[in-house]
Design a protein around this ligand. Structure first.
Ligand SMILES: *[C@@H]1O[C@H](CO)[C@@H](O)[C@H](O)[C@H]1NC(C)=O
Length: 335
């Protein structure tokens, strides 16, 4: 009776045992085939961050925690209507399914380098060194996947379980940087034609035919007139280079786990790559500081702008100042 039972049990369990052995083999092969730290430890970067919230008391971690708290509070006290995200809102979120990362890119905030790093992370060995990737290639649509390309269920799963991060910058330094890059460099003819000609037509008192045709000598003052003109945003959304982070990345609807800052770029980038277990795979490129737009430079550009327009412009970018804890620049004459 007991023998018969034991034999029956083995027969009954045999397929199950074989199945289990196969599973272990497959699993071990997958693990040994990958070499990223997060896979080895079995934790996603989001889980690592959450563990750090409990344990780690490093200065970087505390700073990032403070930023996240302040963002949440500011969103809470400034947004009244809630709205639902649509796929269009997710165009700026870049997906790394291997390391479980979602990066919202903001132009003029080291986004070329972060896109290069994302290409190394998602490239399955095609790229090793971020700076070896030409800048224009980093911006080719299709080299990286955007969250808006996924189905609703896939989007929601990623929003829930991936580490979501964004990099921000002092709003007027970013704006002056965009102006300098797009309107004062002779090679940016596409921007001159597309935006410069329109700005000169509308906001220059007595334009020359040549300027109207080329659009290549827009002053910062004229650019400001264009930005604060209500007609501008009625016609089309701002170009992403001067659109507010609030509108590009929806920080009150998407709860970013890490808010990196341009001002602490190297440190914040290192922290994110560490959470992702990718320190061994890629280093965030060190950037040269020589041509950077700084607060002092921004102040010079605002010298020509009347207090009336300074105030209008500040109101336009106000949410980016508040959400990311940037103080009102001392050079502004708002009162
Ligand atoms: C906000 O900025 C101020 C001044 O730069 C700083 O002292 C403070 O710690 C920041 N707060 C948070 C929560 O990051």
């Amino acid at each position: 009776m007991s023998k018969c039972f034991a034999f029956g049990a083995i027969i009954f369990l045999l397929p199950f045992l074989i199945f289990c052995i196969c599973c272990v083999l497959v699993a071990s092969e997958q693990i040994s085939g990958q070499n990223s730290l997060s896979v080895k430890s079995g934790r996603s970067p989001l889980q690592t961050l959450q563990e750090n919230d409990q344990l780690e008391q490093s200065a970087v971690h505390a700073t990032l925690q403070g930023r996240r708290g302040l963002l949440e509070e500011t969103c809470h006290s400034h947004t009244h209507k809630r709205r639902v995200l649509g796929p269009e809102d997710l165009r700026h979120l870049i997906v790394d399914d291997k390391h479980k990362l979602l990066y919202c890119y903001v132009p003029k905030v080291a986004c070329t380098n972060w896109k290069r790093v994302m290409m190394v992370l998602t490239g399955e060995g095609r790229y090793r060194e971020p700076l070896a990737i030409p800048a224009n290639e980093a911006h080719v649509a299709g080299n990286l996947r955007s969250l808006s390309e996924y189905t609703t269920a896939e989007i929601n799963k990623r929003l829930r379980t991936y580490l979501k991060f964004v990099f921000v910058r002092e709003p007027f330094e970013r704006l002056v940087s965009a102006y300098r890059n797009k309107f004062t460099r002779s090679y940016n003819t596409a921007f001159h034609k597309r935006y410069g000609t329109k700005i000169i037509r509308r906001h220059r008192a007595d334009p020359q035919a040549e300027a109207l045709k080329k659009g290549n000598d827009v002053s910062f003052e004229e650019f400001v007139y264009y930005l604060v003109d209500p007609q501008t945003q009625k016609e089309e959304p701002f170009n992403e280079h001067w659109e507010r982070v609030h509108s590009l990345c929806h920080p009150c609807l998407i709860h970013y786990d890490v808010v990196g800052k341009y001002e602490t770029l190297a440190q914040d980038s290192r922290y994110i790559l560490k959470l992702a277990g990718a320190e061994g795979e890629v280093k965030f490129p060190a950037t040269s500081k020589s041509t950077r737009t700084t607060g002092d430079l921004a102040a010079k550009f605002f010298d020509n702008i009347s207090p009336f327009y300074q105030k209008k412009l500040f109101n336009l970018y106000r949410m980016d100042f508040l959400l990311f804890n940037y103080s009102v620049p001392a050079y502004l004459k708002l009162r």
